[in-house]
Ligand binder design. Structure first.
Ligand SMILES: Cc1cc2nc3c(=O)[nH]c(=O)nc-3n(C[C@H](O)[C@H](O)[C@H](O)COP(=O)(O)OP(=O)(O)OC[C@H]3O[C@@H](n4cnc5c(N)ncnc54)[C@H](O)[C@@H]3O)c2cc1C
Length: 434
């Protein structure tokens, strides 16, 4: 019988999976458990590519069962649905397949230390109609749903446009001019342009597709330096994307959006990428949460219960040295995973690790299509920020994804995987058509 009470990590995303892989390799499957509601891991910042069809989830996704074997942790499939802090157990819901058949029953799992890393989802800010009519990119299923909707809309449009040359283009409205919205808009124009090569000979994005990016602030990428926003706006204009700033969407209807002044924006498809919130079930665990349901943690990422930590998008953590909280970014989740690895390593050895988590901001990179990007990099020694753009910025952006894979799979396997994908690109269509 297993008498060890393990470290249980809930959520195998950008942060949780890296933590489980690093701890698992060192301490083994009896001491490290990972719980996730899904069977496959995908690096969330690539979901806009899944939505545009330029990245195939069936090739890109990594099976948690495979990762558990390779990285020596125990994987438990199912969603966290309850916590008993007195008994130190969690309740995991039954896991079902798409047909509703039960794969695993509901389970109760004892923990010694719990790490909650369940990420975030879109925040509709109570906008009427948004939950009903807008699509979000919170998870693979939604990104795939958008991709299929887009393919259907484009196929239908092609039929109509063949007999009616005055037919309106397919209109896509993206609400939220942060990194997600900007990256999706650019990726979509390039992906749709590729359709031309795969049978849709009469198709040209300029005539058949119209994308409007809507942002409430007075510039897109408002959290980044103004120079970067200006350059990204220019790159989007070059791709024929309409950028509207200072526009607050107050209602989403089936085929249009309405703003604060009552102006309407026609939209066959609407994507909502304007702000995040943590999953609401976190407010039921008896731990302190904030306005957007994030678990409140101290500078050591501890919740009010010192045996429960939270990290990544689902945590409100202080930014040590700044009068702010840490932003919801993959870079933060990655650094927190490294920090918690050291804390939990020490805990397993019976030592204490009291140093706070300090975040190093290395800057931000935003992909603007396949071959372009913009970004600001922080000079670690000088503290100054440097503007980068073009292919260099795009390559650096891609390297972030590779670094995540390397942290999980190791350098050699990441290299083989990257090489395999590069070769496959030469034999597969640029976008996923099925
Ligand atoms: C389209 C898009 C583009 C982005 N681009 C960038 C970018 O360029 N740079 C950047 O820094 N950040 C970017 N982000 C943000 C970045 O993805 C997140 O900050 C990061 O993934 C947070 O990591 P995490 O580990 O906290 O959560 P996630 O990576 O979201 O992982 C959460 C995990 O928890 C699991 N889970 C959820 N609920 C439960 C439950 N009840 N029980 C069990 N498991 C559960 C999920 O299945 C998932 O595996 C982007 C996000 C999106 C959506």
């Amino acid at each position: 019988m297993n008498t060890v009470t393990p470290i249980v990590i809930i959520g195998g995303g950008a942060g949780g999976l890296e933590l489980a892989a690093k701890l698992g390799r060192k301490h083994g499957p009896d001491k490290v458990y990972l719980v996730d509601k899904d069977t496959d891991h995908i690096w969330k910042p690539s979901l806009h590519e899944v939505a545009a069809g330029t990245l195939d989830i069936h090739r890109e996704g990594l099976s948690y069962f495979m990762l558990a074997r390779d990285c020596h942790f125990t994987f438990i499939l199912g969603a966290l649905e309850g916590l008993d802090r007195e008994k130190k157990v969690i309740h995991v819901a039954a896991a079902q397949n798409e047909a509703g058949q039960t794969l695993f029953p509901a389970r109760t799992i004892a923990y010694g230390t719990l790490v909650i890393a369940v990420g975030s989802k879109s925040n509709f800010f109570n906008t009427p109609g948004a939950a009903e009519h807008a699509i979000t990119l919170d998870a693979t299923a939604q990104a795939e749903h958008f991709r299929m909707q887009l393919l259907h809309a484009l196929t239908q449009h092609q039929g109509t446009a063949a007999v009616d040359t005055t037919a309106e283009p397919v209109r896509i409205a993206i609400v939220g001019g942060g990194a997600t919205g900007v990256e999706l808009a650019a990726e979509l124009t390039e992906a749709v342009a590729s359709l031309h090569f795969y049978g849709a000979n009469t198709f040209t994005p300029e005539r058949h597709l119209s994308i409007t990016l809507i942002e409430g602030a007075d510039r897109i990428l408002a959290a980044l330096p103004p120079e970067l926003s200006a350059r990204a706006t220019q790159l989007l204009h070059d791709r024929g994307i309409t950028v509207r700033t200072g526009v607050r969407v107050t209602e989403v209807q089936a085929n249009q959006l309405v703003d604060q002044n009552g102006e309407c924006y026609a939209a066959d498809l609407c994507v909502w990428a304007a702000g995040i919130q943590a999953p609401v079930f976190l407010t039921t665990l008896g731990l302190e949460t904030n306005r957007i349901h994030q678990l409140v943690v101290n500078e050591r990422l501890e919740t009010v219960d010192p045996s429960i930590y939270a990290m990544g998008d689902c945590a409100q953590a202080p930014w040590v040295g700044e009068d702010a909280y840490l932003p919801a970014r993959a870079q933060v989740a990655h650094q927190q995973a490294n920090y918690l690895r050291r804390v939990l390593d020490a805990k397993i050895k019976g030592q204490s690790h009291t140093a706070p988590f300090t975040y190093k901001d290395y800057g931000s990179l935003v992909a603007v299509g396949h071959s372009k990007g913009v970004g600001s990099l922080m000079g670690v020694l000088s503290g100054k920020s440097w503007f980068v753009e073009g292919l260099v910025a795009r390559m650096m952006y891609m390297s972030l994804h590779l670094m995540h894979h390397a942290a999980v799979l190791g350098v050699l396997r990441t290299f083989s995987l990257a090489l395999g994908r590069l070769l496959l690109k030469r034999s597969a269509p640029r976008i996923k058509l099925h």
